[in-house]
Write a protein that binds this ligand. Sequence first.
Ligand SMILES: [Zn+2]
Length: 505
Amino acid sequence: MRTLETFMIDQAIDTLLAYAIHRGLIDAADEIYMRNRLLALLGLTAYAGGQAAPDMDTPLHVVLDTLVDSAAARGIIESSASARERFGAAIMGTLTPWPTAVQQRFLAEYAHSPRQATDWFYRFCHDTNYISAYRTSLDRRWQTATEYGALDITINLSKPEKDPRDIAAARQAPASGYPACLLCAENEGYEGHAGHPGRQNHRILPVTICGEAWGFQYSPYVYYNEHCIVLNRRHIPMVIDEQAFAKLFSFVERFPHYFLGSNADLPIVGGSILSHEHFQGGNHAFPMALASIETPVAFKSYADVEAGIVKWPMAVLRLKHADANRLVRLGARILEAWRGYTDASAGIFAFTDETPHNTITPIARRRDGQYELDLVLRNNKTSAEHPLGIFHPHAELHHIKKENIGLIEVMGLAVLPARLLQEMEALKRALLCGGDLYADALTAKHAPWAQGFLPKYTSIAPDSIDAILQREIGLVFATVLEHAGVFKRDAAGQAAFLRFVQAVG
Ligand SMILES: [Zn+2]
C-alpha cells in the first residue's frame, strides 16, 4: 500500500539522485546502485518512485529534511539536532566521490590555474552540502564605517547550536580520542557521534607545505568568502616561529590568490584550537589588508624591505618584498625581539616568572607582484582589573564580545555570537516603545551601552533602528580591537611602538 509518506520519501530520493547527477557528484549510470545504497541507509527495502519527475526546484535542505524526518520518525536515528545533522552528512556522504577521485579532479583543475582549482573545490564543497548554502544564508553580515575603514561584522548562524540532549549524550560517551580533534585528517569520512560532527561528505586535499604533508579544506562555517583551513596531517600543537612564516608563504606561492594567516600560539590571544597546527586563509579582502601603512619604518640590514606601522586599532607591522625569504627572516628577527620585549611604561611584560606573554598573529599574502607579511603583536597577560586579559576586550564590552580575538577578528571581521540576534530584537522593541531596559535580562546587559549612544540620534524610529544598532555594534568592535592592541593609538602608544621598532634594530 503506497502511503503519502512513502510517496514523499521516494520522490525525495529521486530528487536527490537527480541533483547529484546534475551536480556531477555521481554518474547517471550508477543511479540504481546509488538508490539502493540510499534505501539501505534509510532502512527501506521497497521503492515505488520514478513515476513523477524529480522536483528540481525544491532546495537541497528541504529534500534532506524530508529524508531525515522520515528516518527519525521510524526510529532509524535519534531525533536530536546532532543525530539529524550526522544523518544528513551520511546521506550526502553516500553521494560524495571518494577522496582519490576528488584529488585527481583538483589536480586536473590546478593544471589550468590555482584559481580554477579552488573555484571547483569550493563549489564541490557546497554541492556535497559539506558547506550548507542554506545555513550560510541565515548569517547576518554588514559593514560599519570607522576611522580604520569599513569593518566587517557577522553574526554567524552556520555553526549549529548545541542541543541539550547531545550535550548529555556526549558527556555519557567514553572519550575515544579518535579523531583527536576537529582538525585531524581522520575526520575525512568520519561518521561522528553525539559530541563530534559527521564528516562523511568531507574531503581534504593533500598539499605539501615546506616539504611536509599537509591538508587543505574549507571551513564548513564560512566566516568569509572561500574560508579555507590548511592543516598539518599530524596532530601537533600550534607554534609561531620562523618556520611558521615560511609555511605561510609556501602555501601562498602555490595559491597566490589566497592569503594565509595563523592564530597566535598562546591562550587568550590564540584561536580556539591550539592543539593542532593549522592556518586559515581564503579569498577575501579583509579590512586590515585594505588599511595602509601610516608610519614607515626601517630595519637594519633590511633596507630593501619596505616596512611600516599599519593604520589599525591593533599593533601591526607590515613588511613587503619581492622575495618571500627576506620577509621570513626579518619576521623571525622581529618575533625574537618581541618574545623578550618588556616596556613597563606601556604595560607590556614579556614574562611572569617563566610564563611567556608575547607572541604574534602573522598573515601572509601576495599583492601587486610582491609578498607581504603582516605581524600583529600580541600579549596575553592578565591582571586583577582585567582577569580575561589586559589586551583583550574589557568587561564593559563583553555584552557584545567576550571571546578570544583570534586571526579573523584581528583582520577586522567580527564573528559575533548568535545570542545577539535575539537580544537586539528585545533591545529594539524596548527602545521603540521607551520601555525600561533594566526590566528584562535580555536588554539589561546592553542598557549602559544603549543609553550611551542614544543621545547621538535625534530620533529612534522603526525604519532607522536596525541601521543604528548595526552601526553601534560595529563601533563597539572597533573598540574591542583597540583593547586588544598592545600599543595604543595615542601619542604615547605610538612612541612606545617606535621604541620597539628601534629595539629590533
Ligand atoms: Zn587534531
